[in-house]
Design a binder for this molecule. Structure first.
Ligand code: SF4
Ligand code: SF4
Length: 89
């Protein structure tokens, strides 16, 4: 039987903006990026490339927002001085 759009049950509803911020996507991670602050030159390339906006800018180096970081490893791949190591959780 073919349903009309009026008969299809309501699926995923996003009730408001900014819900991705509240969602703990860090739960998905199997590897975590660890910053070596002695190697970091604060170039912010990892901050630009991170698809989850999980790189935190600090005065002299960066840090990671582990609540949202999914552990994709892009930051470690792109860091020009290899200041980021992916470690198993
Ligand atoms: S591992 Fe991926 S999600 Fe986590 S900080 Fe690096 S680029 Fe962002
Ligand atoms: S890409 Fe590497 S050197 Fe640049 S800010 Fe990120 S961790 Fe530091």
């Amino acid at each position: 039987m073919k349903l009309t759009w009026k008969e299809v049950p309501i699926g995923g509803v996003i009730p408001k903006g900014g819900v991705a911020f509240e969602y703990k996507s860090g739960d998905w991670r199997t590897f975590k990026p660890v910053i070596d602050i002695n190697k970091c030159v604060n170039c912010l390339i990892c901050w630009i490339y991170c698809p989850d906006a999980s790189i935190i800018r600090l005065e002299r180096h960066v840090d990671v927002d582990y609540y949202h970081c999914k552990g994709c490893g892009i930051c470690a791949e792109e860091c020009p001085v290899k200041a980021i190591t992916m470690r198993e959780e």
